[in-house]
Design a protein around this ligand. Structure first.
Ligand SMILES: [Zn+2]
Length: 73
């Protein structure tokens, strides 16, 4: 289930359980610019933006910041 915020400026957070189910593959294979390859995502945060989902977290290998925008289906 997607949690929608009422405030315009509030980040519309996506629940953790929903995230893991919908973006299982993305969470395991996100591209890290520092490692120059796909890595597992650690300590991520996700919210709704422009109809899609913004994923932001840390690279599971180097700890660098990684982010990805997932287009709406
Ligand atoms: Zn990395």
């Amino acid at each position: 289930m997607i949690i929608l915020g009422m405030e315009r400026n509030m980040k519309k957070k996506v629940s953790d359980i929903d995230m893991k189910r919908r973006f299982q593959e993305v969470l395991k294979h996100i591209y890290c610019m520092h490692c120059k390859k796909t890595v597992p995502l650690a300590d991520y945060d996700a919210w709704i933006d422009q109809g899609g989902v913004v994923l932001k977290g840390k690279c599971g290998l180097c700890g660098g910041e990684v982010s990805r925008f997932i287009e709406p289906e």
